[in-house]
Design a protein around this ligand. Structure first.
Ligand code: GH3
Ligand code: MG
Ligand code: MG
Ligand code: MG
Length: 324
């Protein structure tokens, strides 16, 4: 429910629905096999859109995937080429599947129109093309595309907010909870090792008590930067809570995990942390616990628990160390 409220807030529904939003010019790809009709359609569309014209349907697919069009108009007039093939390819490519398609077709081609609509063509228009109708249908699709783009971007943004830790920009615990299971299942299915590392800053309360909470936040951000700098692209780094961080390392044996953890430990210990207030620098250390997936019988909770037990050991053995 909270997520839903947040969604409505972030998207700004009033903003999306605003009727007085001026039309942004559309970016239209016109795919038309004949020079004469190209010219006629282009003349009609020019006042309302940036139009790229292309005669070859396969080249058009490439063009559409490489650029960001708001509408593809397919004039079904190719020699020896089924225009619906292009439409279907446009619908299946990740990069083009959200672009509306307007099909220009012959009177009496109902069968083709039905097939076109079935495979996701957005709208159609009959020849001979009335320029005003073409403009009206194109504008409608371009507006809808712009609106959908904004909506998708907002949803994407909201999702990112929901899975990101505000303070450090790392993933948050909510994301880890959802994702660790997936990574474990994948590793189990492929018989690959997977290791995790939990790290907790040593005596962090003292940092807050001595320098203040804002200074503590600065240390957390810098700590997160060093975590980020330590992990590989395939690793998942997240802020687990307060001053605890978790790194999930796919394809990583216990030996490799120990090396990564030790490297991180040195990255923390090896260079002082600066605090903007008063130019203070302070030494920070962290304790780290690692655990490796036991094939078949590990849940995210069990794996985290083992790493946490190792971390507890590291604290008990004097802090600033790695325990497996
Ligand atoms: P230990 O070595 O045993 O881990 O000692 P510690 O002081 O780090 O452990 P403890 O769990 O007692 O304290 C953690 C502190 O982290 C307490 C809390 O105020 C602080 N903390 C948690 N979240 C934040 C945060 O977002 N910002 C700041 N500045 N401090 C935080
Ligand atoms: Mg802690
Ligand atoms: Mg603690
Ligand atoms: Mg701590």
């Amino acid at each position: 429910l909270r997520l839903r409220a947040q969604t409505a807030h972030t998207i700004g529904l009033q903003e999306l629905a605003r009727a007085d939003r001026p039309d942004e010019p559309g970016n239209v790809l016109l795919v038309d096999g004949r020079a004469s009709s190209q010219e006629r359609l282009l003349r009609a569309l020019k006042p309302i859109a940036e139009v790229s014209v292309i005669a070859d349907p396969q080249a058009a697919l490439f063009e559409a995937a490489e650029n960001s069009f708001d509408l593809v108009i397919v004039n079904a007039n190719f020699d020896d080429y089924d225009p619906l093939r292009l439409c279907s390819q446009l619908r299946s490519l990740e990069r083009t599947r959200f672009i509306p398609i307007l099909l220009v077709t012959e009177q009496g081609s109902e069968e083709m129109i039905v097939r076109a609509l079935e495979l996701g063509v957005t709208d159609y228009i009959m020849r001979p093309v009335d320029p005003n109708e073409l403009v009206a249908r194109s504008l409608t699709q371009v507006r809808r595309k712009h609106c959908n783009d904004r909506l998708r971007a907002s949803v994407q943004h909201t999702i990112e907010l929901a899975i990101t830790d505000d303070l450090t920009g790392l993933h948050n615990r909510r994301y880890l909870d959802g994702h660790l299971k997936l990574l474990i299942d994948r590793a189990s299915a492929r018989g690959r090792p997977l290791s995790i590392c939990i790290t907790d800053i040593d005596r962090f309360k003292l940092v807050n008590d001595t320098y203040g909470h804002d200074a503590g936040d600065e240390v957390l951000r810098e700590f997160a930067n060093r975590v980020r700098a330590t992990v590989r692209g395939a690793d998942l780094a997240c802020r687990f809570g307060g001053e605890e961080f978790v790194i999930v390392m796919p394809d990583t044996t216990p030996e490799m995990a120990a090396i990564v953890a030790e490297r991180l430990r040195l990255m923390i210990e090896g260079r002082a942390f600066g605090i903007s207030h008063g130019g203070t620098v302070l030494s920070v250390t962290a304790s780290l616990g690692i655990a490796t997936l036991r094939p078949q019988d590990d849940t995210p909770e069990a794996l985290l628990k083992r790493a946490d037990t190792a971390l507890y050991q590291a604290k008990n053995n004097g802090r600033n160390r790695v325990v497996a």
